[in-house]
Design a protein around this ligand. Structure first.
Ligand code: GDP
Ligand code: MG
Length: 188
């Protein structure tokens, strides 16, 4: 049915997770190849970057979300906003920090919210354990995170370091592959 797609296509990607896990640092490393020690935690912005995924030109529109904790008074509008970008997002990077157990638990709620809002339990998701350079402060074992990823229908799990730019491209590329695979399976 679909024309064979050789032209560029767009991917709507949303970066979600608790405050301070490194969402903005990961996004900046991916898009601009820069490391900034301290981002404004209230910044919520979108960025575009074109990459090659298995020979396809992919234009990524990446929304770097801010946590809700800074906006408790605006909670209703934040909830609405979140519902909106969960609806339009095609793939989600769910980011926690390997130095924080609670940041992994927070992803559970986010995932449930995504599934509920999209009414689809097969949404492209990649789980990202960031700050892998802080091995000495690790609070979440690889096996724990891997068990979570398996319980989520085998969502891929990567450990990244935004600081060292380790595995940064890989998580975005894997997410694009999942989106492509899901789209293709819709036509068969
Ligand atoms: P966000 O709230 O999820 O957007 O988190 P930020 O990207 O603003 O990062 C929060 C803090 O974690 C900042 O002080 C960063 O310097 C630090 N950070 C982010 N990524 C890493 C990482 O991979 N390694 C280390 N050591 N620190 C990081
Ligand atoms: Mg941020």
């Amino acid at each position: 049915m679909s024309a064979r797609v050789s032209q560029r296509r767009d991917f709507n990607i949303v970066v979600l997770g608790a405050g301070g896990v490194g969402k903005s640092c990961l996004t900046a490393q991916f898009v601009q190849n820069i490391w900034i020690e301290a981002y404004d935690p209230t910044i919520e912005d979108s960025y575009r970057k074109q990459i090659d995924v298995d020979g396809r030109q992919c234009m990524l529109e990446i929304l770097d979300t801010a946590g809700t904790e800074q906006f408790s008074k605006l909670i209703d509008s934040i909830t609405l906003l979140r519902e909106l970008y969960m609806k339009t997002g095609q793939g989600f990077l769910l980011v926690f920090s390997i130095t924080s157990q609670s940041s992994l638990y927070e992803l559970q709620e986010l995932r449930e919210q995504i599934i509920r809002i999209k009414d689809d339990d097969n949404v492209p998701i990649v789980i990202v354990g960031n700050k892998s350079d802080l091995e000495e402060d690790r609070m979440v074992s690889r096996s724990k995170a891997f068990a979570v990823s398996q319980s989520w229908g085998n969502a891929p799990y990567y450990e990244t370091s935004a600081r060292r730019r380790a595995n940064v491209d890989e998580v975005f590329i894997d997410l694009c592959r999942q989106i492509i695979r899901k789209d293709n399976s819709g036509y068969t």
